[in-house]
Design a protein around this ligand. Sequence first.
Ligand code: PLP
Length: 498
Amino acid sequence: MDLMYKSTRNAEEKVTASQAILKGLAGEGGLFVPEAIPALELEIDALAGMSYQEIAYEVMSRFLTDFTEEELKSCIEKAYDSKFDTREIAPLVKAGDAWFLELFHGSTIAFKDMALSILPHLLITAAKKNRVTNEIVILTATSGDTGKAALAGFADVPGTKIIVFYPKHGVSPIQERQMVTQKGDNVFVVGINGNFDQAQSGVKKMFSDAGLAEAMDAAGYQFSSANSINIGRLVPQIVYYVYAYAKLYAKGEIQKGEPVNVVVPTGNFGNILAAFYAKNMGLPIAKLICASNENKVLYDFFATGTYDKNRAFILTSSPSMDILISSNLERLIYRIAGDDAAKNAAFMKALSTEGSYTVTPEMKAQLADFYGNYATEAETAQQIKALYEKTGYVLDTHTAVAAAVYAKYREETKDTSVKTIIASTASPFKFTRSVMDAIDKETYNVLTDFELADELSKIAKIPVPQAIEEIRSAQVLHDTVCGPDEMEDTVKRFLKIG
Ligand SMILES: *Cc1c(COP(=O)(O)O)cnc(C)c1O
Protein backbone atom coordinates (compact mmCIF):
# COMPACT_ATOMS: atom_id res chain seq x y z
CA MET A 1 0.00 0.00 0.00
CA ASP A 2 1.38 3.37 -1.00
CA LEU A 3 1.54 6.22 1.49
CA MET A 4 -0.86 8.81 0.08
CA TYR A 5 -0.73 12.58 0.42
CA LYS A 6 -3.75 14.71 1.27
CA SER A 7 -4.39 18.40 0.83
CA THR A 8 -4.49 20.54 3.98
CA ARG A 9 -7.50 22.39 2.52
CA ASN A 10 -9.60 19.72 0.82
CA ALA A 11 -10.25 16.29 2.32
CA GLU A 12 -11.18 14.93 -1.12
CA GLU A 13 -7.83 15.56 -2.77
CA LYS A 14 -5.49 12.60 -2.41
CA VAL A 15 -2.40 11.82 -4.50
CA THR A 16 0.71 9.63 -4.50
CA ALA A 17 4.09 10.97 -3.42
CA SER A 18 5.29 11.41 -7.00
CA GLN A 19 2.12 13.29 -7.93
CA ALA A 20 2.49 15.54 -4.87
CA ILE A 21 6.07 16.35 -5.89
CA LEU A 22 5.00 17.12 -9.45
CA LYS A 23 2.16 19.39 -8.41
CA GLY A 24 4.03 21.17 -5.63
CA LEU A 25 0.90 22.84 -4.32
CA ALA A 26 -2.53 21.21 -3.86
CA GLY A 27 -5.75 22.80 -5.13
CA GLU A 28 -7.21 25.87 -3.40
CA GLY A 29 -3.75 26.80 -2.16
CA GLY A 30 -3.51 23.72 0.09
CA LEU A 31 -0.30 21.86 0.90
CA PHE A 32 0.21 18.12 0.57
CA VAL A 33 0.77 16.18 3.79
CA PRO A 34 1.36 12.46 4.27
CA GLU A 35 -1.76 10.66 5.52
CA ALA A 36 0.35 9.36 8.39
CA ILE A 37 3.97 9.92 9.38
CA PRO A 38 5.75 6.60 8.81
CA ALA A 39 7.82 5.11 11.64
CA LEU A 40 11.58 4.85 11.18
CA GLU A 41 11.82 1.55 13.09
CA LEU A 42 15.55 1.14 12.66
CA GLU A 43 18.03 0.21 15.36
CA ILE A 44 20.29 3.11 16.26
CA ASP A 45 23.27 0.77 16.06
CA ALA A 46 22.47 0.13 12.42
CA LEU A 47 21.94 3.84 11.70
CA ALA A 48 25.18 4.78 13.42
CA GLY A 49 27.18 2.87 10.82
CA MET A 50 25.42 4.32 7.80
CA SER A 51 26.59 6.99 5.37
CA TYR A 52 24.51 10.09 4.67
CA GLN A 53 23.27 8.52 1.44
CA GLU A 54 22.24 5.30 3.18
CA ILE A 55 20.29 7.15 5.85
CA ALA A 56 18.73 9.28 3.10
CA TYR A 57 17.43 6.11 1.48
CA GLU A 58 16.05 4.72 4.75
CA VAL A 59 14.19 7.93 5.56
CA MET A 60 13.01 8.91 2.10
CA SER A 61 11.85 5.45 1.05
CA ARG A 62 9.35 5.49 3.91
CA PHE A 63 7.76 8.65 2.57
CA LEU A 64 8.13 8.29 -1.19
CA THR A 65 6.67 4.81 -1.45
CA ASP A 66 5.79 4.91 -5.14
CA PHE A 67 9.45 5.40 -6.10
CA THR A 68 11.29 2.13 -6.72
CA GLU A 69 14.45 1.37 -4.76
CA GLU A 70 16.48 1.83 -7.93
CA GLU A 71 14.87 5.19 -8.74
CA LEU A 72 15.32 6.59 -5.27
CA LYS A 73 18.90 5.39 -4.89
CA SER A 74 19.76 6.89 -8.25
CA CYS A 75 18.28 10.27 -7.20
CA ILE A 76 20.23 10.14 -3.92
CA GLU A 77 23.50 9.29 -5.63
CA LYS A 78 23.16 12.10 -8.14
CA ALA A 79 22.32 14.61 -5.41
CA TYR A 80 24.76 13.91 -2.59
CA ASP A 81 27.99 13.63 -4.54
CA SER A 82 31.08 15.77 -5.04
CA LYS A 83 28.92 18.92 -5.27
CA PHE A 84 29.35 18.79 -1.50
CA ASP A 85 32.79 19.75 -0.28
CA THR A 86 32.85 17.02 2.36
CA ARG A 87 31.98 13.33 2.17
CA GLU A 88 30.15 13.67 5.46
CA ILE A 89 27.68 15.92 3.56
CA ALA A 90 26.46 17.45 6.85
CA PRO A 91 29.25 17.56 9.46
CA LEU A 92 28.48 18.00 13.13
CA VAL A 93 30.77 20.48 14.92
CA LYS A 94 30.87 21.13 18.67
CA ALA A 95 31.30 24.79 19.66
CA GLY A 96 30.28 26.41 22.93
CA ASP A 97 27.22 24.72 24.43
CA ALA A 98 25.89 23.01 21.32
CA TRP A 99 26.54 20.84 18.30
CA PHE A 100 26.29 22.72 15.04
CA LEU A 101 24.90 20.62 12.22
CA GLU A 102 26.56 22.25 9.21
CA LEU A 103 24.04 22.13 6.40
CA PHE A 104 26.00 24.46 4.12
CA HIS A 105 28.53 22.25 2.37
CA GLY A 106 26.64 22.10 -0.94
CA SER A 107 27.19 24.14 -4.07
CA THR A 108 25.49 27.36 -2.89
CA ILE A 109 26.71 27.22 0.74
CA ALA A 110 23.26 27.35 2.38
CA PHE A 111 21.04 24.59 3.74
CA LYS A 112 18.66 24.84 0.76
CA ASP A 113 21.19 22.69 -1.12
CA MET A 114 20.32 19.76 1.12
CA ALA A 115 16.92 19.46 -0.55
CA LEU A 116 17.40 21.31 -3.82
CA SER A 117 20.24 19.12 -4.99
CA ILE A 118 17.84 16.17 -5.00
CA LEU A 119 14.54 17.84 -5.97
CA PRO A 120 15.26 18.05 -9.74
CA HIS A 121 15.97 14.31 -9.82
CA LEU A 122 12.85 13.50 -7.81
CA LEU A 123 10.82 15.72 -10.09
CA ILE A 124 12.07 14.24 -13.35
CA THR A 125 11.54 10.73 -12.00
CA ALA A 126 8.03 11.73 -10.90
CA ALA A 127 7.28 13.17 -14.33
CA LYS A 128 8.33 9.93 -16.04
CA LYS A 129 6.29 7.83 -13.63
CA ASN A 130 3.20 9.88 -14.32
CA ARG A 131 3.78 10.04 -18.09
CA VAL A 132 3.99 13.80 -18.11
CA THR A 133 4.99 15.11 -21.54
CA ASN A 134 4.82 18.84 -20.79
CA GLU A 135 7.96 20.71 -19.97
CA ILE A 136 8.09 21.44 -16.23
CA VAL A 137 8.38 25.11 -15.33
CA ILE A 138 9.72 25.67 -11.84
CA LEU A 139 8.32 28.87 -10.44
CA THR A 140 10.00 30.06 -7.28
CA ALA A 141 9.92 32.98 -4.90
CA THR A 142 13.05 33.32 -2.83
CA SER A 143 14.12 35.23 0.24
CA GLY A 144 17.65 34.74 -1.04
CA ASP A 145 18.96 31.22 -0.62
CA THR A 146 16.29 29.06 -2.27
CA GLY A 147 16.71 30.95 -5.52
CA LYS A 148 20.35 30.18 -6.07
CA ALA A 149 20.08 26.63 -4.81
CA ALA A 150 17.12 25.97 -7.13
CA LEU A 151 18.89 27.63 -10.08
CA ALA A 152 21.98 25.52 -9.47
CA GLY A 153 19.88 22.37 -9.14
CA PHE A 154 17.79 22.90 -12.27
CA ALA A 155 20.23 24.68 -14.62
CA ASP A 156 20.31 22.82 -17.93
CA VAL A 157 18.23 19.91 -16.59
CA PRO A 158 16.45 18.65 -19.73
CA GLY A 159 12.66 18.97 -19.69
CA THR A 160 12.67 21.85 -17.22
CA LYS A 161 12.73 25.63 -17.09
CA ILE A 162 13.16 27.65 -13.92
CA ILE A 163 11.97 31.17 -13.10
CA VAL A 164 13.10 32.77 -9.85
CA PHE A 165 11.64 35.92 -8.29
CA TYR A 166 13.62 37.63 -5.54
CA PRO A 167 13.03 40.90 -3.63
CA LYS A 168 15.34 43.32 -5.46
CA HIS A 169 16.26 45.19 -2.26
CA GLY A 170 15.83 42.37 0.24
CA VAL A 171 18.75 40.01 -0.30
CA SER A 172 22.46 40.27 0.50
CA PRO A 173 24.82 41.52 -2.25
CA ILE A 174 26.45 38.09 -2.41
CA GLN A 175 23.05 36.39 -2.66
CA GLU A 176 22.02 38.68 -5.50
CA ARG A 177 25.29 38.20 -7.32
CA GLN A 178 25.01 34.46 -7.00
CA MET A 179 21.62 34.57 -8.71
CA VAL A 180 22.14 37.14 -11.46
CA THR A 181 25.29 35.39 -12.67
CA GLN A 182 23.54 32.01 -13.02
CA LYS A 183 24.31 30.26 -16.29
CA GLY A 184 21.97 27.90 -18.14
CA ASP A 185 19.67 28.15 -21.16
CA ASN A 186 16.58 27.31 -19.11
CA VAL A 187 17.00 29.80 -16.25
CA PHE A 188 15.34 33.19 -15.67
CA VAL A 189 16.01 35.45 -12.71
CA VAL A 190 13.78 38.44 -11.90
CA GLY A 191 14.08 41.05 -9.15
CA ILE A 192 10.78 42.40 -7.88
CA ASN A 193 10.24 45.84 -6.39
CA GLY A 194 8.64 44.36 -3.28
CA ASN A 195 9.40 42.07 -0.37
CA PHE A 196 9.55 38.27 -0.13
CA ASP A 197 5.94 37.90 0.99
CA GLN A 198 4.80 39.78 -2.12
CA ALA A 199 6.97 37.55 -4.31
CA GLN A 200 5.59 34.44 -2.62
CA SER A 201 1.98 35.63 -2.88
CA GLY A 202 2.47 36.38 -6.58
CA VAL A 203 3.84 32.89 -7.19
CA LYS A 204 1.02 31.25 -5.22
CA LYS A 205 -1.52 33.22 -7.24
CA MET A 206 -0.07 31.95 -10.52
CA PHE A 207 -0.14 28.38 -9.22
CA SER A 208 -3.85 28.53 -8.50
CA ASP A 209 -4.80 30.41 -11.72
CA ALA A 210 -6.76 27.92 -13.84
CA GLY A 211 -6.71 30.14 -16.91
CA LEU A 212 -2.95 30.44 -16.79
CA ALA A 213 -2.61 26.66 -16.33
CA GLU A 214 -4.68 26.17 -19.49
CA ALA A 215 -2.58 28.57 -21.52
CA MET A 216 0.54 26.87 -20.24
CA ASP A 217 -0.74 23.41 -21.10
CA ALA A 218 -1.64 24.54 -24.62
CA ALA A 219 1.96 25.69 -25.03
CA GLY A 220 3.35 22.41 -23.62
CA TYR A 221 4.21 23.62 -20.13
CA GLN A 222 3.13 22.97 -16.57
CA PHE A 223 4.18 24.60 -13.33
CA SER A 224 5.83 22.93 -10.41
CA SER A 225 7.31 24.43 -7.28
CA ALA A 226 10.77 24.26 -5.80
CA ASN A 227 9.63 26.21 -2.73
CA SER A 228 9.72 24.56 0.64
CA ILE A 229 6.00 23.84 0.34
CA ASN A 230 6.88 20.98 -2.03
CA ILE A 231 7.06 17.70 -0.14
CA GLY A 232 10.00 16.87 -2.40
CA ARG A 233 11.87 19.48 -0.35
CA LEU A 234 10.47 18.61 3.02
CA VAL A 235 11.25 14.89 2.95
CA PRO A 236 15.00 15.23 2.14
CA GLN A 237 15.26 17.66 5.07
CA ILE A 238 14.16 15.01 7.55
CA VAL A 239 17.24 12.99 6.68
CA TYR A 240 19.84 15.18 8.35
CA TYR A 241 18.14 15.14 11.73
CA VAL A 242 18.25 11.36 11.74
CA TYR A 243 21.85 11.50 10.51
CA ALA A 244 22.88 13.99 13.21
CA TYR A 245 21.32 11.86 15.93
CA ALA A 246 23.06 8.76 14.59
CA LYS A 247 26.38 10.62 14.49
CA LEU A 248 26.04 11.84 18.09
CA TYR A 249 25.38 8.26 19.13
CA ALA A 250 28.30 6.96 17.05
CA LYS A 251 30.59 9.52 18.74
CA GLY A 252 29.47 8.23 22.15
CA GLU A 253 27.92 11.59 23.03
CA ILE A 254 24.46 10.15 23.71
CA GLN A 255 23.03 6.86 24.93
CA LYS A 256 20.50 4.75 23.06
CA GLY A 257 17.15 6.58 23.10
CA GLU A 258 18.55 9.68 24.82
CA PRO A 259 16.52 12.72 23.80
CA VAL A 260 18.22 15.73 22.22
CA ASN A 261 16.99 19.26 21.58
CA VAL A 262 16.97 20.73 18.11
CA VAL A 263 17.24 24.49 17.44
CA VAL A 264 16.27 25.79 14.02
CA PRO A 265 16.63 29.33 12.66
CA THR A 266 13.21 29.65 11.09
CA GLY A 267 11.59 31.54 8.26
CA ASN A 268 9.09 29.60 6.19
CA PHE A 269 8.92 26.85 8.86
CA GLY A 270 10.14 24.13 6.47
CA ASN A 271 13.34 23.13 8.23
CA ILE A 272 11.80 22.91 11.69
CA LEU A 273 8.77 21.07 10.32
CA ALA A 274 11.18 18.44 8.98
CA ALA A 275 12.57 18.09 12.52
CA PHE A 276 8.99 17.72 13.80
CA TYR A 277 8.38 14.96 11.23
CA ALA A 278 11.64 13.28 12.32
CA LYS A 279 10.37 13.33 15.89
CA ASN A 280 7.07 11.83 14.75
CA MET A 281 8.98 9.07 12.96
CA GLY A 282 10.33 8.12 16.36
CA LEU A 283 13.59 10.09 16.59
CA PRO A 284 14.13 11.03 20.27
CA ILE A 285 13.83 14.80 20.03
CA ALA A 286 12.89 16.62 23.24
CA LYS A 287 12.28 20.28 22.40
CA LEU A 288 11.93 21.79 18.95
CA ILE A 289 13.31 25.27 19.50
CA CYS A 290 12.01 27.69 16.89
CA ALA A 291 14.30 30.70 16.52
CA SER A 292 13.11 33.89 14.84
CA ASN A 293 14.80 37.19 14.08
CA GLU A 294 13.02 40.51 14.69
CA ASN A 295 10.23 39.35 12.37
CA LYS A 296 9.01 37.38 15.37
CA VAL A 297 5.58 36.35 14.16
CA LEU A 298 6.27 32.71 15.12
CA TYR A 299 7.50 33.60 18.60
CA ASP A 300 4.25 35.52 19.16
CA PHE A 301 2.27 32.58 17.78
CA PHE A 302 3.83 30.03 20.14
CA ALA A 303 3.42 32.44 23.06
CA THR A 304 -0.19 33.46 22.44
CA GLY A 305 -1.83 31.08 19.94
CA THR A 306 -2.49 34.03 17.64
CA TYR A 307 -0.73 34.21 14.30
CA ASP A 308 -0.74 37.84 13.21
CA LYS A 309 1.10 39.06 10.14
CA ASN A 310 -0.25 42.60 10.52
CA ARG A 311 3.00 44.27 11.43
CA ALA A 312 5.92 46.05 9.84
CA PHE A 313 8.20 43.88 7.75
CA ILE A 314 11.73 44.31 9.11
CA LEU A 315 14.84 43.91 6.95
CA THR A 316 17.44 42.17 9.12
CA SER A 317 20.94 40.74 8.74
CA SER A 318 19.34 37.27 8.44
CA PRO A 319 17.30 37.95 5.28
CA SER A 320 16.36 34.32 4.64
CA MET A 321 14.27 34.54 7.80
CA ASP A 322 12.62 37.88 6.94
CA ILE A 323 9.19 36.34 6.48
CA LEU A 324 5.79 37.17 7.92
CA ILE A 325 3.85 34.33 6.32
CA SER A 326 5.51 31.06 7.26
CA SER A 327 3.91 28.81 4.67
CA ASN A 328 4.83 25.46 6.16
CA LEU A 329 3.21 26.31 9.49
CA GLU A 330 -0.03 25.38 7.73
CA ARG A 331 1.02 21.73 7.90
CA LEU A 332 1.35 22.01 11.67
CA ILE A 333 -1.97 23.87 11.99
CA TYR A 334 -3.68 21.13 9.96
CA ARG A 335 -2.15 18.54 12.22
CA ILE A 336 -3.17 20.18 15.51
CA ALA A 337 -6.63 20.76 14.04
CA GLY A 338 -6.93 16.97 14.01
CA ASP A 339 -6.14 16.59 10.28
CA ASP A 340 -9.29 18.58 9.59
CA ALA A 341 -9.02 20.25 6.17
CA ALA A 342 -12.15 22.38 6.59
CA LYS A 343 -10.98 23.73 9.93
CA ASN A 344 -7.51 24.45 8.59
CA ALA A 345 -8.92 26.10 5.46
CA ALA A 346 -10.94 28.45 7.68
CA PHE A 347 -7.78 29.55 9.55
CA MET A 348 -5.94 30.10 6.27
CA LYS A 349 -8.86 32.09 4.91
CA ALA A 350 -8.73 34.32 7.99
CA LEU A 351 -4.99 34.73 7.42
CA SER A 352 -5.52 35.89 3.86
CA THR A 353 -8.49 38.16 4.57
CA GLU A 354 -7.70 39.55 8.04
CA GLY A 355 -4.02 38.73 8.26
CA SER A 356 -4.45 36.74 11.45
CA TYR A 357 -6.07 33.77 13.17
CA THR A 358 -6.15 32.33 16.69
CA VAL A 359 -6.01 28.60 17.34
CA THR A 360 -8.22 27.02 20.01
CA PRO A 361 -6.80 26.25 23.48
CA GLU A 362 -6.99 22.51 22.61
CA MET A 363 -4.87 23.13 19.53
CA LYS A 364 -2.41 25.31 21.40
CA ALA A 365 -1.97 22.58 24.02
CA GLN A 366 -0.56 20.33 21.29
CA LEU A 367 2.32 22.72 20.69
CA ALA A 368 4.09 21.82 23.94
CA ASP A 369 7.02 20.24 22.05
CA PHE A 370 7.85 23.63 20.59
CA TYR A 371 9.65 26.48 22.27
CA GLY A 372 9.72 29.78 20.40
CA ASN A 373 11.89 32.82 20.96
CA TYR A 374 13.66 35.47 18.94
CA ALA A 375 16.93 37.39 18.78
CA THR A 376 17.32 41.08 18.07
CA GLU A 377 19.91 42.36 15.61
CA ALA A 378 22.19 43.35 18.51
CA GLU A 379 21.85 39.94 20.18
CA THR A 380 22.62 38.20 16.91
CA ALA A 381 25.78 40.21 16.32
CA GLN A 382 26.82 39.74 19.94
CA GLN A 383 26.42 35.97 19.55
CA ILE A 384 28.73 35.89 16.52
CA LYS A 385 31.39 37.92 18.31
CA ALA A 386 31.19 36.05 21.60
CA LEU A 387 31.38 32.56 20.11
CA TYR A 388 34.21 33.59 17.81
CA GLU A 389 36.21 35.09 20.66
CA LYS A 390 35.60 32.07 22.88
CA THR A 391 36.13 29.26 20.36
CA GLY A 392 37.35 30.64 17.02
CA TYR A 393 34.21 29.25 15.34
CA VAL A 394 32.40 31.74 13.10
CA LEU A 395 28.61 31.58 12.70
CA ASP A 396 26.58 33.07 9.90
CA THR A 397 23.82 35.50 10.92
CA HIS A 398 20.97 32.97 10.64
CA THR A 399 22.73 30.36 12.71
CA ALA A 400 23.64 33.10 15.18
CA VAL A 401 19.93 33.87 15.65
CA ALA A 402 19.47 30.21 16.58
CA ALA A 403 22.46 30.21 18.92
CA ALA A 404 21.22 33.39 20.63
CA VAL A 405 17.76 31.89 21.08
CA TYR A 406 19.29 28.71 22.46
CA ALA A 407 21.19 30.80 25.03
CA LYS A 408 17.87 32.41 26.05
CA TYR A 409 16.26 28.98 26.27
CA ARG A 410 18.97 27.67 28.59
CA GLU A 411 18.74 30.76 30.73
CA GLU A 412 14.96 30.63 30.94
CA THR A 413 14.37 26.88 31.36
CA LYS A 414 17.60 25.79 33.07
CA ASP A 415 17.54 22.86 30.63
CA THR A 416 21.32 22.69 30.22
CA SER A 417 21.97 18.95 30.30
CA VAL A 418 20.04 17.80 27.22
CA LYS A 419 22.46 17.64 24.27
CA THR A 420 21.46 20.16 21.65
CA ILE A 421 21.81 20.29 17.89
CA ILE A 422 21.67 23.69 16.20
CA ALA A 423 20.83 23.62 12.51
CA SER A 424 23.59 25.70 10.94
CA THR A 425 21.91 26.95 7.82
CA ALA A 426 24.49 29.02 5.98
CA SER A 427 28.20 29.49 5.63
CA PRO A 428 29.43 32.76 7.19
CA PHE A 429 30.88 33.51 3.74
CA LYS A 430 27.38 34.02 2.39
CA PHE A 431 26.73 36.91 4.79
CA THR A 432 30.28 38.13 5.13
CA ARG A 433 29.61 41.82 5.74
CA SER A 434 27.18 41.30 8.63
CA VAL A 435 29.42 38.62 10.12
CA MET A 436 32.58 40.73 9.94
CA ASP A 437 30.74 43.82 11.20
CA ALA A 438 29.66 41.77 14.21
CA ILE A 439 33.25 40.77 14.93
CA ASP A 440 34.94 44.13 14.42
CA LYS A 441 33.05 46.78 12.50
CA GLU A 442 35.69 49.46 12.75
CA THR A 443 38.42 47.41 11.17
CA TYR A 444 36.37 45.74 8.49
CA ASN A 445 33.82 48.27 7.25
CA VAL A 446 36.27 49.83 4.80
CA LEU A 447 36.72 46.59 2.87
CA THR A 448 34.79 45.33 -0.18
CA ASP A 449 32.70 42.16 0.03
CA PHE A 450 35.38 40.05 -1.59
CA GLU A 451 38.15 41.51 0.56
CA LEU A 452 35.99 40.67 3.55
CA ALA A 453 35.76 37.07 2.38
CA ASP A 454 39.56 36.89 2.32
CA GLU A 455 39.75 38.36 5.84
CA LEU A 456 37.12 35.93 7.10
CA SER A 457 39.11 33.09 5.63
CA LYS A 458 42.13 34.24 7.64
CA ILE A 459 40.42 34.68 10.97
CA ALA A 460 38.22 31.57 10.77
CA LYS A 461 41.08 29.51 9.32
CA ILE A 462 38.93 28.03 6.56
CA PRO A 463 39.40 28.46 2.82
CA VAL A 464 37.09 30.76 0.85
CA PRO A 465 34.37 28.42 -0.50
CA GLN A 466 34.22 27.64 -4.19
CA ALA A 467 30.76 29.26 -4.37
CA ILE A 468 32.32 32.64 -3.54
CA GLU A 469 35.38 32.22 -5.75
CA GLU A 470 33.06 31.51 -8.68
CA ILE A 471 31.21 34.81 -8.49
CA ARG A 472 34.22 37.07 -8.01
CA SER A 473 34.57 37.58 -11.73
CA ALA A 474 31.35 36.11 -13.13
CA GLN A 475 29.32 38.13 -15.63
CA VAL A 476 25.85 39.46 -14.78
CA LEU A 477 23.42 37.59 -17.06
CA HIS A 478 20.06 38.64 -15.63
CA ASP A 479 18.80 42.19 -15.09
CA THR A 480 15.00 41.97 -15.37
CA VAL A 481 13.11 43.86 -12.67
CA CYS A 482 9.31 44.04 -12.31
CA GLY A 483 6.59 45.13 -9.89
CA PRO A 484 4.73 42.59 -7.73
CA ASP A 485 1.69 42.92 -10.03
CA GLU A 486 3.70 42.31 -13.21
CA MET A 487 4.91 38.83 -12.28
CA GLU A 488 2.42 36.95 -14.44
CA ASP A 489 3.18 39.07 -17.51
CA THR A 490 6.88 38.52 -16.96
CA VAL A 491 6.38 34.74 -16.84
CA LYS A 492 4.29 34.82 -20.01
CA ARG A 493 6.95 36.84 -21.77
CA PHE A 494 9.67 34.39 -20.84
CA LEU A 495 7.63 31.43 -21.98
CA LYS A 496 6.36 33.28 -25.05
CA ILE A 497 2.71 32.53 -24.31
CA GLY A 498 -0.49 34.61 -24.22
C1 PLP B 1 15.78 29.37 4.17
C2 PLP B 1 16.71 29.66 5.28
C3 PLP B 1 16.27 29.65 6.61
C4 PLP B 1 14.83 29.41 6.98
O1 PLP B 1 14.42 28.08 6.74
P1 PLP B 1 12.86 27.75 6.66
O2 PLP B 1 12.81 26.32 6.24
O3 PLP B 1 12.30 28.67 5.62
O4 PLP B 1 12.29 28.00 8.00
C5 PLP B 1 17.19 29.88 7.60
N1 PLP B 1 18.49 30.14 7.31
C6 PLP B 1 18.94 30.17 6.05
C7 PLP B 1 20.37 30.49 5.79
C8 PLP B 1 18.08 29.91 4.99
O5 PLP B 1 18.54 29.94 3.74
